[in-house]
Design a protein around this ligand. Structure first.
Ligand code: ARG
Length: 585
């Protein structure tokens, strides 16, 4: 179904063409939501620009537009205000027809995209032999939501886990483990990730202090690159070890990813260098091979190169990303490439994209974007750390959220003198705890940093997961107490917009497709959270002002449809955020 805005746009298009000639068709009607319900629902701001262009008074232009605007089935008679705004108020009959159509649609009016695309979403992407940190958590949660939204529109989404599984650090780690813990290199499960991280730190210290060790580590890198059997086996074991631990987090959070780590691109790296050389883009700078692109400078204002091959001949993070861009475009056929990492990597991506563009590897019709996000702060306003100053283990962080959700739930049960099974308590606490973490992250504009607070994210009031889940549960409660089967409501029932609260709720319900479409473009899932939050508030007002089960027919059925549609909208919206609803909580 076309959104209301799309329908209005089409009408304006016709009006522009018949009023000002075919060349005016396609003029942006500059429709915005009315600032005040007093003025209606939408405002068209096109008359000002058109006036300038045509050398006429905007108010005169506005009335010409209205004369040619065939919109009586959608809106009341448009009104001109101020310098030439056109105010539009939607007709209840139109809203009733729209909302009934959406209620009958399992996709709630969100169309499948006309042009499904292959989209590569690169997210999560932790590093082998290192703990996954909160930055990876954010990337995982935001990337998953973006992938879900694009998938729901019918796009073919590649969910790529660009794991850091390659590099000189493996030489160092393997050399060290050979000395202190050789069985880790030959037997699975000899270490857990915590040990591995500790060994990594010790190895690094040795590497920095001990020249002989440094040389041994280099030998291991050479062996690894040459594919020597024992080194390769050791490397694989280390990867598997880490992978298992990452999987625990992905299972908890219900995340699907296809692993395609850095090592995948190894065989493709020499060609990147060769092609850059052939294009004449490669410059030697102190023995390193670099590409200079206009517009990139260091602190001193000097041109800043992108290094693609180090002095020792090794490739790096940037080389791998260049190879990955080529692969995703050429081999995967992706038309849109999305990278979800912290804002700290913004320069890296900007520069890599610029080099790839300069090399002609990104055709015109390809969109490539970095989707940056801010930091997770502790309640002290500094980067989130444990009390002892270590990085927070994600598993601990998620477990803690579940434990706290359970405490809250148990307190609530005691207060309400409710008795529930252990199974119920465990399942509900888990959903609430994990949803709270996801929602707290997604509800912020991702670009800003946010403060991690269990108390806030688990609060039953405010823009939180528990509040949203509760709104859904509340509607299900109505169905239970009225013994209503939402799936089998009276087939002839229609929505009747009898009161202001019903109108307000309906108009909001009708905005879902617009919001989801916008988010698929700007990749800001917080807008879905905001939409759902407002939906719950509008539903609460409706529910306070309009009796449902006690209403007379045909209002009763009409209101039940609105209840059900609110619940389904919450459910779908939350699903797009990677959050499952509960029937009871
Ligand atoms: N492994 C990287 C990190 O932990 C993130 C990788 C992001 N993806 C990419 N194609 N560079 O920071």
């Amino acid at each position: 179904m076309n959104s209301i805005v799309q329908q209005l746009k089409a009408r304006f298009d016709q009006a522009f063409a018949s009023a000002f000639g075919e060349s005016a068709a396609g003029t942006d009607p500059m429709l915005v939501a009315a600032t005040n319900p007093k003025f209606g629902d939408f405002q068209c701001n096109a008359a000002m620009n058109l006036g300038k262009k045509l050398g006429k008074q905007p108010r005169a232009i506005a009335s010409t537009i209205i004369e040619h605007l065939d919109i009586a089935d959608i809106c009341e008679t448009p009104e001109i205000a101020g310098p030439g705004f056109i105010n539009l108020r939607l007709k209840p009959a139109y809203l009733e027809a729209q909302i009934s159509a959406i209620a009958a649609d399992p996709r709630l009016g969100i169309e499948l995209t006309e042009k499904p695309q292959k989209v590569a979403v690169d997210f999560s992407s932790p590093n082998i032999a290192k703990e996954m940190h909160v930055g990876h958590l954010r990337s995982t949660i935001i990337g998953d939501s973006i992938a879900r939204i694009l998938e729901f529109q019918g796009n073919d989404v590649l969910r790529i886990n660009h794991i850091g599984d390659w590099g000189t650090q493996f030489g160092m780690l393997i050399a060290y483990l050979r000395e202190v813990h050789p069985e880790a290199l030959t037997t699975a499960d000899a270490l857990d990730l915590g040990d591995l991280v500790a060994f990594y730190r010790q190895a690094k210290r040795r590497f920095d202090e001990d020249e002989t060790f440094k040389e041994t580590a280099r030998q291991e890198v050479v062996k690894l690159q040459a594919g020597a059997a024992d080194t390769t086996r050791a490397w694989k074991l280390l990867c598997e070890q880490s992978r298992r631990e990452f999987q625990v987090i992905y299972n908890l959070l219900d995340i699907k990813l296809t692993e395609r780590g850095e090592s995948f691109y190894n065989p493709l790296l020499p060609a990147v260098i060769a092609d850059l050389t052939e294009l004449g883009l490669l410059v030697e700078d102190n023995g390193a091979k670099c590409v200079f692109v206009e517009g990139f400078t260091n602190k001193e204002g000097e041109p800043l190169p992108l290094i693609v091959q180090k002095t020792d001949g090794g490739y790096n993070y940037a080389t791998t990303d260049l190879a990955a861009i080529r692969y995703r475009i050429k081999e995967d056929g992706a038309k849109r490439l999305i990278y979800v990492t912290d804002s700290g990597q913004a320069n890296h991506f900007e520069q890599v994209f610029a080099v790839a563009r300069k090399a002609g590897w990104i055709p015109e019709d390809i969109e490539i974007v970095h989707v940056p996000f801010g930091l997770v702060l502790g309640e002290d306003g500094k980067k989130l750390k444990t009390r002892s100053g270590d990085t927070v283990r994600l598993q601990d962080l998620l477990d803690e959220a579940i434990v706290r959700a359970r405490q809250d739930l148990e307190a609530r049960l005691a207060e309400e003198n409710r008795h529930e099974t252990e199974e119920f308590i465990a399942a509900v606490s888990r959903v609430i705890g994990l949803s709270a973490v996801k929602y707290a992250d997604l509800s912020q504009n991702r670009v800003s940093s946010y403060t991690f607070s269990y108390d806030k994210m688990l609060g039953l009031k405010g823009n939180t997961a528990p509040y949203m889940l509760y709104a859904y549960v509340r509607v299900q409660g109505i169905a239970r107490s009225g013994k209503i089967d939402f799936d089998n409501l009276n087939a002839d029932a229609k929505v009747i917009l009898d009161s202001d609260a019903e109108l307000v709720l309906t108009k909001h319900l009708l905005q879902l497709n617009e919001v989801v479409n916008d988010v698929s473009v700007d990749l800001l899932p917080n807008r879905i959270c905001q939409y759902l939050f407002e939906l719950s508030q509008k539903f609460n007002q409706f529910y306070e002002q309009c009796p449902v089960l006690k209403a007379e027919e045909p209002l009763r059925s009409s209101r039940l449809i609105l209840c059900d549609l609110t619940a389904r909208t919450l459910q779908l919206g939350l699903e797009l955020l990677g959050i499952k609803v509960l029937e009871r909580m």
